[in-house]
Design a protein. Structure first.
Length: 237
C-alpha cells in the first residue's frame, strides 16, 4: 500500500474513540462512579487493561497482515480451524445481545428527539417496545442480507453522523452556560478526597462497566498495517 493511501495515527485515534470508547461511556462512567471519581478508575483501567490489550491486538494484527477477521483469524493461524470456529461463535454470542439492544436504544433516542423527555418512552407498554425493537432488528438483518453496498452506505452515513454529533457534543457543552444562564450545574470536587473512590464491594462489582466501555479495541487491529509508520503510529493512536 502506498503512503498516500495510508491513514494517519490521528485518524485511527478518532476511529478508535468513536467505535470503542465514545462520549456515551464517558457519561455512564460519571453516573455510575460518583462523578469525577471515575477519573481515577479510567486511569486505572487504561493502565492495567486497555493500553496493554490494544498493544497486544496491534501486534497480532501486524503479525497476521492478511487476516482481517480478528480473533478467529488469529486462532486459525496459530491453532486450528475448530478453535477458530468456536472463537467466532463465542464472539457472535457475546455481541448478539449488544446488537439487539441497539434497536431499543435507537427507539429511546428517537423518543428523546420527538418528545424531549425520558418519561414518555418509559410509559410505553413493554410488549409494544419489544415488537418495535424486533421490527427494527429484522429490518437491519434484511439490509445486511442485501450485501456490502447498502451496508457501506449506512456505515458511511452513521460514521459521518457520529463525527458531527461528537463535534456538536463539545460545542453544546461549551455553549450551555450562554444558552441557559439560570441552569444549576454540578460542582466538581477535584480535591484528593473527591477524586479517590471508596474501594468496597460495590466499586469492585461495578468495574465491569468500564471494562465493557473499552472492550472491543481488537476491531481496530486490522488497520495496523494501514497506518503511516505503523511501528510508531499505531501505539501512538
Amino acid at each position: 500500500m502506498s503512503d498516500k493511501n495510508k491513514i494517519t495515527w490521528g485518524t485511527l485515534a478518532l476511529m478508535a474513540f468513536s467505535t470503542v470508547w465514545g462520549f456515551g461511556n464517558i457519561v455512564n462512567g460519571f453516573v455510575y462512579f460518583n462523578g469525577v471519581q471515575v477519573i481515577f478508575s479510567w486511569l486505572l483501567m487504561f493502565a492495567l487493561y486497555f493500553i496493554p490489550y490494544a498493544l497486544m491486538v496491534g501486534e497480532l494484527g501486524s503479525a497476521f497482515k492478511k487476516t482481517g477477521g480478528g480473533v478467529s483469524g488469529w486462532l486459525h493461524e496459530t491453532t486450528n480451524a475448530k478453535l477458530a470456529y468456536y472463537a467466532g461463535w463465542t464472539y457472535w454470542a457475546c455481541h448478539i445481545t449488544y446488537i439487539a439492544s441497539k434497536s431499543s436504544g435507537g427507539l429511546k433516542a428517537l423518543s428523546w428527539a420527538v418528545f424531549r423527555n425520558a418519561k414518555t418512552y418509559d410509559t410505553l407498554p413493554t410488549h409494544m417496545v419489544q415488537i418495535a425493537t424486533l421490527v427494527v432488528f429484522l429490518i437491519g438483518c434484511y439490509v445486511a442480507s442485501r450485501g456490502l453496498n447498502p451496508l457501506k452506505k449506512m456505515l458511511t452515513l452513521a460514521g459521518t453522523t457520529t463525527f458531527v454529533m461528537s463535534l456538536l457534543y463539545i460545542l453544546m457543552m461549551l455553549a450551555a452556560p450562554a444558552i441557559n444562564p439560570a441552569a444549576e450545574y454540578i460542582h466538581a470536587d477535584f480535591s484528593m478526597k473527591g477524586l479517590i473512590p471508596q474501594f468496597n464491594l460495590g466499586y469492585v462489582t461495578s468495574i465491569s462497566i468500564l471494562v465493557f466501555a473499552v472492550g472491543g479495541c481488537e476491531k481496530i487491529s486490522p488497520y495496523v498495517n494501514k497506518v503511516e509508520n505503523p511501528s510508531k503510529g499505531f501505539p501512538k493512536a
